[in-house]
Design a binder for this molecule. Structure first.
Ligand SMILES: Nc1nc2c(ncn2[C@@H]2O[C@H](COP(=O)(O)OP(=O)(O)OP(=O)(O)O)[C@@H](O)[C@H]2O)c(=O)[nH]1
Ligand SMILES: [Mg+2]
Length: 1064
């Protein structure tokens, strides 16, 4: 039974200082949901006995079945400590890599995080990611070292070993925090120095800067986890107990006659109790003494476990109970299962929920304590800093900081995701319990009805007639209702940062691309109140919406409320048509869109979907739309070929999406294609050794088939007016990496260039641009200029080391592609045509070619979007334009036959790029997963074999401290990864579970068109080689899927086949 009812929670919602918004984050299976169970049971929502077994927050059937959490969900809990009452909004998040976007949505709404670490497994990749995410969102964290029972029962460690092990785990966690901190401080320092340089020109001796001092100056006192500060809980979530060092300090201070404060300081660490002097001394390890933590804490713990769970000495249970001052019920005392006995005892002695909730309320900040840095981070994007925001927008910072719910404050609400619930689950659609008055009213009505019936008995015939009709109507009604009700309702997962949101309020819904400074510069800007998301044009991001319903989120349930105030996490209903995935609600359009959610999971696994019954396509399309809205990570695409494609983060994610589609959104059977794996196309420097590992030189190569080709391709437009010379070169990896890293910046620069082109063109035809484009976008902000400068510097740094061919690359960049931000370059190496990309201050000379520049660039964009191997995007290719001539006088008369010159230039450039690409050594690039696998020593061989079969390679492995399992890090092509998890599970009887995360693109060494060419290769493979070429196999598969020609012969040896069939 619930111990606290909704009205109490409502009351607490109004005092932000007593609210804690927190999420539980960890690696997969480290015990988040089990811990959440325990906290929930403290409110009586589930019974204590069921805590740990129920996994209440895993409300989906597939979550229960698989035993992993797939979404983040929130529950509001009540907690009282030190005479204060608190409202704790607790979000449980998933730990599986595929769902890391759900972690981002959770972390964004919180002020604090509970980081759970399984002490046996230690810090795992997802732990690291979770810590990073919390850190980058400026969220304070506390630590729960979970599954300590495993050290006792499974690993059978001695208390001293366990202590050493625990210190190591603590060190691992703090090492991650240290790394995060150092990288941020140094990063900040860099921009800070740059800013100083901007203001005052540096003096000569300022060149030297002591980096270490920045680290020393920065305050990191709050950063690390340390048991003596009370931000670490030692726990076993499954057994329901947990304690901090402070718990034991309190327990022992009286017994030992020592002040609690002193005990807190010495209970963890290298301290021991000198039995003669009765004083605490440092240096336990050196003097081979028992550390205090072992003596006072772990020894006792081990004692209880060994007595009850291991030796099963039932008679000692009452004695232990008495010592600890605990009363067990007779039912517990008589219980045959000693583990259950142990659990009830430990739950009473060191109740986990109390300890954790106390720590949360005392150590983690309230929404009121939101810091200015965090606010600025929320309001800004990578390429726009706080100073460059519109003044009206800047003012909102104070409202964020105030976290005030008075009506004068603007409403600011952030929606981090939309989740779907069955309409029947909404509180307004649930049958309500009747009050006593309602009951009497009903009884009265029934009595009247009966009397009426008696009176009407005479007109017996008339009644059925009307009733029948009514029935018909009712049935129709209910049919329609059913249809409506089958539709899931979408609830926004939201946090109120400022103001008060009431039911019926009208607010602006600001999309993630909303830019307040642009809108505020438009005079008399008005939002059309009738527009919905689907009516918006591509540059509109605002709609008006009415708040239809508000809820407190209670795990599986929702509770209706009338208003939501600043500082709370709530659910908002009725926004389906206004919000796609994330949005900001506000009463002012000056409110910025919040910075984008960072997620580690890259959607990479694509499949095409089709309804099993073709006539059900509309349902599928509708279902996909709902799926897209409800999942923060999935991408839903309609390809040119008409295929419906979804892109997911991995196999588990894919399965969940399909489950959702089939059961909730589309409700039709769906057939799913084989996974579509993306590739990249690139060129490399001519290889120096052949496939037989022999050096290639001019003598041994067979030139019979090849004629030397000129690497510079010359193309002409159809009307011969323009001539272009292009050479393709492989980009050095360092430059590709830099381009990859700077996507946002490059995109912004490209956009800027485009708007420049747009305006000048429009001026040419004297067509005035509307104010929209001229305002805002024309001037690059200071921050952008600064970022461009940093980019140029970095690029120059790299190129200076690469030799003379690349020395001018920064000046030569003309465009980046595909999609204006990719890892390929168009370089301007013409002697007579000027362009600008990174150098905006350059004055351009008047030039007739300028008019066609954007067509030229578009040709390159198209070429880099789909390469000649199998129409996949290119990567790491530079196209150097060595000549571009334009002579309009020539062949002007035939202009009409070939269409406008701009189109001709575009196709000529595209063609030229492709040809230039083809005369270089071409390669495919495969997407690689990094996999992290913890396996038992016994099955290590099987794992290596499975990896080998799939073209994976091990990059590192180490023995987990204190256990017989290995942690293996490997790389594996995404194309080979399907069903890997399943194969491992079956081959190793469930002893190995991989976590796959997209890592990078890697060149497949073999030429897709390879055939023996050198003497050694002839020797080894003969002239007609027909083995399997991995790259060619991939390429052909992609080509076949896209309906492109392949050189596969359907009938290879017709003769043989005929004889075969004759024999039959
Ligand atoms: N021995 C032991 N097992 C535990 C403890 N806590 C949780 N487990 C077990 O660990 C497994 C995973 O627990 P969950 O709570 O589902 O883990 P989770 O972190 O929520 O997992 P995901 O949500 O999938 O990331 C379950 O089988 C639990 O019974 C613990 O303290 N000791
Ligand atoms: Mg879970």
């Amino acid at each position: 039974m619930r111990l606290v009812d909704g009205s109490k929670l409502l009351e607490l919602q109004n005092t932000p200082v007593n609210i804690r918004n927190i999420c539980i984050v960890a690696h997969v299976d480290h015990g988040k949901t089990t811990l959440a169970d325990s906290l929930i049971s403290s409110n009586g929502i589930i019974s204590q006995r069921m805590s740990g077994k129920l996994r209440y927050m895993d409300s989906r059937p597939d979550e229960q079945e698989r035993g992993i959490t797939m979404k983040s969900s929130s529950i509001s809990l009540y907690h009282a400590v030190e005479k204060q009452e608190y409202l704790v909004n607790l979000i449980d998040s998933p730990g599986h890599v595929d769902f890391s976007s759900e972690v981002s949505t959770a972390v964004r709404l919180c002020d604090g995080a509970i980081v759970v670490v399984d002490v046996v497994e230690g810090v795992c990749p997802q732990t690291r990611l979770a810590l990073k995410q919390a850190y980058s969102e400026n969220i304070q964290a506390v630590l729960v070292l979970n599954k300590i029972d495993r050290l006792i029962l499974e690993m059978q460690m001695t208390p001293l070993d366990a202590y050493v092990h625990l210190t190591q785990v603590m060190e691992q966690v703090n090492a991650v925090m240290g790394e995060l901190f150092a990288s941020e401080v140094l990063g900040n320092e860099e921009t800070k120095i740059d800013k100083q340089e901007m203001k005052e020109k540096p003096k000569e001796d300022n060149n030297f800067y002591d980096w270490t001092s920045a680290l020393e100056d920065a305050d990191d006192s709050n950063l690390y986890f340390s048991p003596e500060q009370g931000n670490v809980v030692f726990a076993s979530a499954i057994d329901g107990w947990g304690f901090t060092v402070h718990t034991f300090a309190r327990l022992f201070s009286e017994k030992l006659g020592v002040k609690e404060e002193i005990l807190r300081k010495v209970l963890w660490g290298d301290f021991y109790l000198n039995s003669k002097t009765k004083r605490f001394m440092k240096g336990a390890q050196e003097k081979a003494k028992k550390p205090l933590f072992v003596q006072l804490v772990l020894d006792n713990l081990w004692n209880v476990y060994e007595t009850i769970a291991m030796r099963n000495e039932k008679e000692k249970v009452p004695i232990i109970c008495e010592k600890l001052g605990i009363k067990l019920t007779t039912r517990d005392l008589r219980h045959t299962d000693s583990r259950i006995q142990l659990q009830s005892l430990m739950m009473q002695w060191l109740p986990l929920s109390q300890t954790v909730l106390n720590m949360v309320c005392i150590k983690l900040p309230s929404p009121k304590e939101i810091g200015p840095e965090k606010v600025e981070k929320l309001m800004c994007t990578k390429i726009c800093d706080f100073e460059s925001l519109h003044p009206q927008t800047q003012e909102l910072r104070n409202d964020f900081l105030a976290c005030d719910s008075s009506s004068e404050r603007p409403v600011i609400v952030y929606i981090s995701k939309m989740f779907s619930v069955d309409k029947s689950m909404l509180p307004e659609n649930k049958p309500k319990a009747l009050t006593a008055e309602e009951m009497t009213l009903r009884r009265e009505r029934a009595r009247q009805m009966r009397e009426q019936m008696k009176l009407n008995e005479v007109n017996l015939q008339a009644i059925p007639m009307t009733e029948e009709k009514k029935d018909d109507n009712a049935q129709e009604d209910s049919n329609e209702n059913e249809k409506e009700e089958n539709q899931p309702a979408f609830i926004a997962f939201a946090r109120v940062f400022s103001g008060r949101l009431r039911k019926g309020d009208k607010v602006y819904v600001l999309g993630p691309k909303h830019d307040p400074s642009r809108i505020l510069n438009i005079k008399d800007f008005e939002v059309d109140p009738n527009k919905k998301l689907k009516d918006l044009k591509s540059d509109e991001h605002i709609t008006c919406a009415e708040i239809k319903s508000l809820y407190i989120l209670m795990g599986r349930e929702l509770e209706e409320i009338d208003e939501a105030v600043a500082g709370n996490i709530v659910g908002i209903g009725g926004l389906e048509e206004h919000v796609l995935k994330t949005a900001t609600l506000s009463t002012t359009i000056a409110c910025p869109a919040f910075s984008e959610l960072q997620s580690a999971a890259v959607p990479i696994l694509r499949v095409a979907l089709e309804p099993a019954n073709p006539s059900q396509l509309p349902q599928l399309v509708k279902g996909l739309k709902l799926l897209n809205q409800s999942d923060s990570c999935v991408q839903v695409l309609l390809q040119e070929s008409g295929e419906h494609v979804i892109v997911t983060a991995g196999e588990v994610h894919l399965e969940r999406c399909l489950e959702d589609l089939k059961n909730n959104y589309a409700k039709i059977p769906i057939s799913v294609s084989e996974p579509i794996v993306p590739f990249r196309e690139t060129i490399i420097e001519p290889p120096k050794i052949d496939m037989a590992n022999e050096e290639i030189d001019s003598q041994n190569i067979d030139k019979g088939h090849d004629t030397e080709v000129d690497p510079v391709i010359t193309v002409l437009t159809n009307n011969k007016q323009s001539r272009i010379k292009i050479r393709a070169r492989s980009l050095p990896n360092e430059i590709t990496a830099l381009l990859d890293k700077s996507t946002d910046l490059l995109k912004a620069v490209s956009q800027h260039i485009k708007s420049l082109h747009g305006s000048s063109k429009n001026e040419n035809i004297e067509n005035k641009l509307d104010d929209l484009n001229i305002n805002g976008t024309h001037e690059l902000s200071d921050r952008m200029l600064k970022l461009i400068e940093i980019f140029i510097e970095e690029l120059k740094n790299i190129s200076s080391k690469l030799g003379p061919e690349w020395s001018n690359v920064a000046e030569q960049i003309w465009s980046v592609g595909p999609r204006n931000c990719g890892p390929n370059l168009l370089l301007n190496q013409t002697p007579d045509y000027d362009t600008k990309f990174l150098y905006h201050k350059n004055e351009l000379k008047e030039d007739p070619r300028f008019e066609y520049e954007s067509s030229f660039v578009n040709g390159f964009q198209l070429a880099s979007l789909a390469g000649p191997l199998c129409e996949e995007p290119m990567m790491g290719v530079a196209f150097c334009v060595e000549e571009w001539s334009l002579d309009k006088s020539e062949g002007d008369d035939v202009g009409h036959t070939f269409g406008p010159l701009s189109g001709q230039i575009m196709s000529a450039v595209k063609d030229g790029c492709r040809k230039a690409f083809q005369v270089q050594p071409q390669r495919l690039m495969a997407a690689m997963y990094s996999c992290d696998i913890v396996v038992d020593q016994k099955v290590l061989g099987k794992l290596y074999a499975a990896l080998g079969r799939r073209g994976g390679r091990v990059v590192g492995s180490d023995l987990q401290t204190g256990s017989a399992s290995f942690r293996v890090q490997a790389l594996m092509p995404v194309a080979e990864s399907f069903k890997f998890a399943l194969e491992l599970r079956t081959h190793t009887s469930g002893l190995a579970a991989p976590q796959l995360l997209f890592s990078h693109w890697e060149v497949i060494e073999i030429d897709p068109f390879w055939r023996p060419r050198t003497e050694e290769e002839y020797l080894q493979w003969g002239e007609k080689w027909d083995g399997v070429n991995r790259a060619k196999a991939y390429m052909d598969a992609v080509r076949a899927r896209k309906g492109l020609a392949t050189d596969k012969h359907l009938v290879q040896h017709a003769e043989k086949q005929r004889t075969l069939s004759k024999k039959k």
